[in-house]
Design a protein around this ligand. Structure first.
Ligand SMILES: NC(=O)C1=CN([C@@H]2O[C@H](COP(=O)(O)OP(=O)(O)OC[C@H]3O[C@@H](n4cnc5c(N)ncnc54)[C@H](OP(=O)(O)O)[C@@H]3O)[C@@H](O)[C@H]2O)C=CC1
Ligand SMILES: O=C(CO)COP(=O)(O)O
Length: 336
């Protein structure tokens, strides 16, 4: 059995910490909120993020970052994309040993256009990183804590590190596959959130199943188009971290991104929506990054562009959909 530290006690960090603790690993959950660490240690709950869940008593929490670092050399990074740099920078005040970094965040940084593993590589000196593995796939925390069957992918160019992560997490309800295509896995996980916002908008407008199926299918086409141009393996986009996660996020009431889109489709403003969801909606910032990537790589991404206009330039969702429908005629398959 191993010692593992999970950094970030939101819904996903907590759910993964439960999986690890149930697998027999000595798991410490770090939160930047002292009151939350106390709640987890005393009451074995995390009411804000997983209100119905009782945490295993073996799972302990701390708000002391130095203690969290000291605990292990296996670090699960489970904070939102926009917090990764701050967490790394704080870690570097005490981190003086090599650790395996397993990140589970799904985003791309606007302006720098970096994926999470690239942000980690740039924020952490090589002396403290034994490897970086991304764990990503269709996996809502709310279902994992119910021990419902879940499948996910651990990706690293070094297959040994991916297999190490597979062994750490795998159990009877949490099945982990491996992949060496980090670019494809990270891009699939981040870009599906953009399309999920669109699927939520479509449902908010009550456009029905035809429209949502179109969004998922054409969304996958534009994710793959960009992803392949950026160096991802085309097959990865039809795997768990691509199509799998896209389906889960576009069709689930658990999805923060779908829920946010749904409220936008019903007419709420972006600020009202973010206030109501109360958890990270990664797709908003990633829409900006994806729009910038589409321009940088000269890849047509009409759904992403339409969403960008809705989120950042006050286009109404209905106008955006109408304009998508009357674009120039196209062939469906653009690889011939
Ligand atoms: N939820 C899910 O089912 C899944 C989520 N993911 C991904 O995992 C990542 C985390 O998502 P999720 O757990 O849902 O997010 P939540 O919004 O549920 O939780 C985020 C957690 O990160 C903490 N946090 C935010 N900023 C900082 C900071 N600067 N320093 C330290 N801690 C911080 C929050 O603290 P505070 O309470 O103070 O805000 C909170 O504990 C996202 O990238 C998401 O896309 C991936 C798969 C599934
Ligand atoms: O990535 C997720 C499930 O795999 C979580 O998606 P949401 O952020 O939309 O809830």
């Amino acid at each position: 059995m191993e010692k593992v530290t999970v950094f970030g006690a939101g819904s996903w960090g907590t759910a993964l910490a439960i999986v690890l603790a149930e697998n027999g690993h000595q798991t410490l959950l770090w939160t930047h909120r002292e009151d939350q660490a106390t709640e987890i240690n005393q009451y074995h709950t995390n009411k804000k993020y997983l209100p119905e869940t009782i945490l295993p008593t073996e799972l302990t929490a701390t708000s002391d970052l130095a203690e969290a670092i000291e605990h292990s050399t296996l670090f699960v990074i489970a904070v939102p994309t926009k917090a990764i740099r701050e967490v790394c920078s704080n870690m570097m005040k005490t981190l003086n040993k090599k650790a395996l970094f397993i990140h589970v965040s799904k985003g791309i940084e606007p302006d720098t256009l970096l994926r999470i593993s690239e942000i980690l590589e740039g924020s952490l000196p090589a002396e403290v990183v034994s490897d970086i593995v991304v764990l990503s796939g269709p996996s809502h925390a709310e279902e994992v804590v119910l021990r419902h069957p879940t499948t996910i992918t651990a990706a690293c160019e070094n297959i040994d590190s991916a297999e190490k992560v597979q062994d750490l997490f795998m159990n009877g309800y949490f099945r982990v596959y491996t992949n060496t295509d980090v670019i494809g896995v990270e891009l699939g996980g981040a870009l599906k959130n953009v399309i999920a916002l669109g699927a939520g908008i479509s449902d908010g407008l009550e456009y029905g199943d035809n429209a949502k199926a179109a969004l998922i299918t054409r969304g996958l086409a534009e994710i793959s188009r960009l992803g392949v141009k950026m160096g991802g393996n085309p097959f990865t986009f039809s795997g768990l971290s691509g199509m799998g996660d896209l389906i889960a996020t576009c069709t689930s009431v658990h999805s923060r991104n779908w829920r946010a889109g749904n409220m936008l489709g019903k007419g709420l403003t972006l600020n009202e929506v973010l206030e109501k969801v109360g958890m990270v909606v990664e797709g908003v910032r990633t829409t900006k990054a994806a729009y910038q990537l589409a321009q940088k790589y000269d890849v047509p991404m009409p759904l992403t562009s339409a969403l960008y206009e809705v989120l950042f330039h006050e286009k109404t969702p209905k106008d955006a959909v109408d304009e998508l429908m009357i674009r120039m005629k196209k062939r469906e398959i653009d690889l011939y």
